[in-house]
Design a protein around this ligand. Structure first.
Ligand SMILES: *Cc1c(COP(=O)(O)O)cnc(C)c1O
Length: 357
């Protein structure tokens, strides 16, 4: 069976060596030695100003929305994982959807201004499949209207744009270290901001507001990651260059062997160093997608319809019609992409697709 992804696992001895440190310390959480070391290593690896690692990629979104969204209207994309919209609703803000660009699949910045009202507090956009939003245009709009910018950068480990980490754009970026993501800690995530005041707020927010044992810097929640998860991160991190290299080879194989006159693939924005995190194909019709999916499934190959459905259509939001996002969501399929996918397996996937276009 071939799934859309397969979690990268380091040699178990290396994980064990990291776990031994937690045993030696008899210390499992509350920002222990392993968490602090992983933060330092990630900061260097990613070349970011600041990082707070967290228990997943959703709580950081909630913390950012709580502090910057303030219960207002949040301009957001309908084409993302459900966590993006759910976090907005969960934090008692109102999602206001803006349709996406048909090729980059990120929020269409030219349609943002018409969605702004006096209640708008922030823009929450997703760098879809590691493809950057038009961050420079969004920054200009946000400055003009005094809005905060939050990026759901869950897919963006290692992505650079105009020669700096994508995590350093916007007021805040969040990442996910879930087992299905490029870099992982089993469950985990991170918050990035280059603003020292915001960093301070996010830091205290993710640990109940604790300022030492007896005092508090305001309201907080539990967003802490454990030493056990940091042990996984410390064991996976040394393999990231190899992981990205192998994934690049798979993406190159798809690009040179799929019949791309019949299907659309992701257009990466110029000046991006991409991370090969996903390989979506966009079919011409939903019938074509269903036909390809069925053939692959019959051969024990399970791509994923991601993202589906368009988030403006889910039952707890009353979003307006988003024609481009809804159409893409009906036709997009992410193909298997993971370390260890063999050439014969790739050949089989490609020929099943090409024969059923
Ligand atoms: C995975 C993902 C999240 C949620 O991250 P978790 O670590 O699973 O909480 C949020 N947004 C996007 C776009 C994602 O892909």
């Amino acid at each position: 069976m071939i799934n859309v992804t397969k979690t990268f696992l380091p040699p178990i001895e290396e994980y064990h060596k990291q776990l031994q440190r937690a045993w030696d310390n008899q210390w499992l959480t509350n920002r222990g030695e392993l968490v602090l070391e992983l933060e330092e290593k990630l900061k260097n690896h990613l070349e970011v100003s600041n990082i707070i690692i967290a228990n997943n990629g959703t709580v950081p979104l909630q913390i950012a929305l709580k502090i910057l969204g303030k219960g207002g209207e949040i301009i957001t994309t309908p084409f993302s994982y459900v966590a993006t919209t759910a976090a907005i609703v969960w934090e008692s803000c109102k999602p206001v959807f803006v349709d996406i660009h048909p090729e980059f699949l990120t929020i269409d910045e030219t349609k943002i201004e018409e969605a702004i009202t006096s209640k708008t507090t922030a823009i929450l956009a997703t760098h879809v499949f590691g493809n950057p939003c038009n961050v420079n245009a969004i920054e200009i709009i946000a400055k003009k209207h005094n809005l905060k910018v939050i990026y759901d950068a869950a897919h963006c480990f290692g992505v650079r744009y105009y020669d700096k980490s994508i995590f350093d754009y916007g007021d805040v970026s969040t990442c996910s270290f879930h087992a299905t993501k490029l870099f992982h800690t089993g469950e985990g995530g991170a918050i990035f901001t280059k603003n020292p005041d915001l960093h301070h707020k996010f830091f205290y927010s993710h640990n109940f507001g604790h300022n030492g044992a007896l005092a508090f810097h305001g309201l907080g929640i539990n967003g802490k990651i454990s030493e056990l998860q940091a042990a996984m991160g410390l064991s996976v991190l040394p393999y990231m260059n190899e992981i990205i290299f192998e994934r690049k080879n798979i993406v190159d194989f798809y690009n040179s062997n799929l019949n791309l006159s019949q299907i659309q693939t992701l257009k990466i924005r110029k000046n991006t160093v991409w991370n090969y995190s996903y390989y979506p194909i966009i079919c011409q019709t939903d019938e074509q997608l269903l036909r390809i999916e069925k053939k692959l499934n019959e051969n024990e190959i399970f791509p994923r319809r991601y993202f589906y459905p368009s988030l403006n259509t889910i039952e707890y939001v009353k979003g307006e019609v988003m024609p481009i996002s809804e159409s893409i969501a009906e036709r997009i399929l992410c193909l298997p992409l993971f370390v260890g996918l063999s050439t014969p397996e790739l050949e089989k996937i490609v020929s099943l697709i090409n024969e059923n276009l």
